[in-house]
Design a protein around this ligand. Structure first.
Ligand code: AMP
Length: 226
């Protein structure tokens, strides 16, 4: 190979190194928020965090990197352990908007650690730990889901609402179709449990979902009190 050939080869090798480092290894995020009333009124019940009963608002479950085919990466970097000192400045927002409901009652670090290690480490090429939590809080705030629903007359009052009406209210409010997930209360009523919104790979803009999660919601579902 001549000098020119080597130069081209070197250029290509450098380029592939650069591309592989800057590309994300997932297709989009799900922002998943959860209705605490539906987490708590199942047979398994729940425990309020040590800071007390959370607001009657959607709480964050997580920000999950996903693939277009519906599968997702998980636990991508065992070397990147959760470090609570990195979210000190976010703690009041975390406690308010990302409340733990698992038992026994705790502050929330176990839940946040799980979410970082399982999901957050799979988008480290885009966001470090601090930015992952900060950005997720920002997205939840931007979505304003409870306000969108109550503005459409859909209230957490144990009433039953049309699946289509809930979906349409959110689509009109945010501009994109959400995924809805239901679970069952002890009387076997299906109720609104989690809402999935899709977010671009930079973690900043809502987008149309490349694939919607399988939600198991019937055409009429309950919106539980909390
Ligand atoms: P994931 O592994 O991120 O898909 O989330 C599922 C896990 O999160 C399960 O172990 C759930 O019990 C747990 N989980 C879901 N919501 C909460 C919550 N609000 N507080 C604590 N743990 C939760």
């Amino acid at each position: 190979m001549g000098v020119k050939g080597w130069a081209i080869l070197k250029f290509l090798m450098f380029q592939s190194l650069f591309v592989s480092q800057s590309q994300e290894d997932f297709d989009f995020f799900y922002l998943v928020v959860q209705w605490p009333g539906a987490y708590c009124d199942t047979k398994r019940s729940c425990c309020y965090p040590t800071s007390g009963k959370p607001d009657a608002d959607f709480g964050i479950h997580g920000l999950w990197p996903n693939y277009k085919d519906g599968s997702y990466p998980s636990n991508c970097d065992p070397d990147s352990q959760f470090d609570r000192s990195q979210i000190e400045d976010l703690l009041s927002g975390m406690k308010k908007n990302w409340p733990t409901l698992s038992c026994p009652s705790n502050e929330g670090f176990n839940f946040w650690e799980h979410e970082w290690e399982k999901h957050g480490t799979c988008s480290e090429s885009v966001m470090d730990q601090h930015d992952y939590f900060k950005n997720t809080l920002k997205l939840k705030d931007k979505a304003n889901l409870l306000q969108i629903l109550t503005n459409s007359g859909i209230n957490p009052d144990d009433g039953f609402y049309d699946l289509n009406k809930i979906t349409k209210a959110i689509k009109d409010g945010i501009g994109f179709t959400p995924g809805l997930q239901c679970n069952k209360d002890p009387e076997r009523n299906s109720q609104l449990y989690q809402i999935y919104l899709c977010v671009d790979t930079s973690g900043s803009e809502f987008i149309e979902c490349p694939v919607l999660p399988r939600g198991r919601c019937p055409s009429k579902l309950q919106f539980a009190k909390f």
